[in-house]
Design a protein around this ligand. Structure first.
Ligand code: KIV
Length: 282
C-alpha cells in the first residue's frame, strides 16, 4: 500500500457496500426518493475521508460547519468563517469526484440575499455542488434568488446550531404543536421557494415523517427518526471520536474491524432502515 491510499475494509461482511460509479446529482437524489431507496450523507472535512466516502457509496458529502467543533476546537459553529469552509470544501472536492458535495454557509454569511449570492458563489467555486443554509420562512426570498440563479440549496430546519444562543442550548425543536405547525409551514414555503433538499435536525420522528410526506423534495434527517429519505451523521460520531456523543448518533467502529468497515456499516444500516433505531430517536 502506498502511503496515503485508502485501504478496503479488512474483511468483507454482509454490510459491504458498492463504490459510486457515476456522479451523484440532484436528479439522482430525486430518483432515489421516488424509488423509496434511502440515500446516505456524511459530514466530513478532508480529502482522505472524502475519497473513502466515494468508495463506500455515500451519495452526499456535507462539508459541515460542525468543523468548528470537530476540527478546530471551538464550542460552537459561530466562529467558523468562509475561509475555513473554502479550505475544507477544496480538500473534499480534491478527494471525491463522485458524491454530491454540499457546503455549509457559516454564521451570518447569508444574512441578506446579497451576502448569500456572493458567498454561495465563493463556496461553489471552491468545489461545492450545492449549499446548505439554516433557517425557516425568513430564508424564502434568499432561496428564491439562489435557485433562480442556478444554485441548488438544502434548507436546514429544526435545531439549527448557528442559532444555539437564541435557543438557549442544543435542544430538540418542534415538541409542541405551535412549533410543529411552524416547522411544517416553513418546510412547505422553502420547497415552494426553490429549495432542492430539506435537512431536519433534532425534531420528533413523527413530525419529520409528516413533513417528508407533505413535500416533494428529498428530506435528510439527523435526530429526526427513520422515516426521512436520507440520514446524515458527522464522521467523528460514526468513528466514536466524540466524548459525549449525541443520542441520535452511533459509533459504528465498535462493530467493525476498521474505519472503512465502519463507514460501510453506516451506509448499509441506513440503506436497510436499521439506523436510526428507536434509541437514536426523539
Ligand atoms: O455542520 C454539520 O455537520 C451539519 C450536520 C450535523 C447536519 O449541519
Amino acid at each position: 500500500m502506498t502511503y496515503g491510499t485508502i485501504p478496503s475494509a479488512a474483511h468483507s461482511t454482509s454490510t459491504a457496500t458498492s463504490a459510486l460509479t457515476k456522479s451523484v446529482t440532484i436528479y439522482t437524489l430525486q430518483k432515489l426518493k421516488k424509488s423509496g431507496e434511502k440515500f446516505v450523507v456524511i459530514s466530513l472535512y478532508d480529502a482522505h475521508m472524502a475519497n473513502m466516502a466515494q468508495r463506500c457509496g455515500v451519495e452526499v458529502v456535507l462539508v459541515g460547519d460542525s468543523l468548528g467543533m470537530t476540527v478546530l476546537g471551538y464550542d460552537s459553529t459561530i466562529p467558523v468563517t468562509m475561509e475555513h469552509m473554502i479550505y475544507h470544501v477544496e480538500a473534499v472536492a480534491r478527494g471525491n469526484k463522485k458524491s454530491l458535495i454540499m457546503g455549509d454557509l457559516p454564521f451570518m454569511t447569508y444574512a441578506t440575499p446579497e451576502d448569500a449570492l456572493h458567498n454561495c458563489a465563493r463556496i461553489m467555486q471552491a468545489g461545492a455542488h450545492m449549499v446548505k443554509l439554516e433557517g425557516g420562512a425568513w430564508l424564502a426570498e434568499t432561496i428564491r434568488m439562489l435557485s433562480d440563479r442556478g444554485v441548488p440549496v438544502c434548507a436546514h430546519i429544526g435545531l439549527t446550531p448557528q442559532s444555539v444562543n437564541k435557543f438557549g442550548g442544543f435542544r430538540v425543536q418542534g415538541r409542541n404543536q405551535e412549533q410543529a405547525d411552524r416547522l411544517l409551514a416553513d418546510a412547505e414555503l422553502l420547497e415552494q421557494s426553490g429549495a432542492d433538499l430539506l435537512l431536519m435536525e433534532c425534531i420528533p420522528a413523527t413530525l419529520a415523517a409528516q413533513i417528508t410526506q407533505a413535500i416533494n423534495i428529498p428530506t435528510i434527517g439527523i435526530g429526526a427518526g427513520k422515516d426521512t429519505d436520507a440520514q446524515v451523521l458527522v464522521i467523528n460520531d460514526i468513528l466514536g471520536l466524540t466524548e459525549q456523543p449525541p443520542k441520535f448518533s452511533k459509533n459504528f467502529l465498535l462493530e467493525s474491524n476498521d474505519i472503512p468497515g465502519a463507514m460501510q456499516k453506516y451506509v448499509a444500516h441506513v440503506k436497510a432502515g436499521i439506523f436510526p433505531a428507536e434509541e437514536n430517536t426523539f
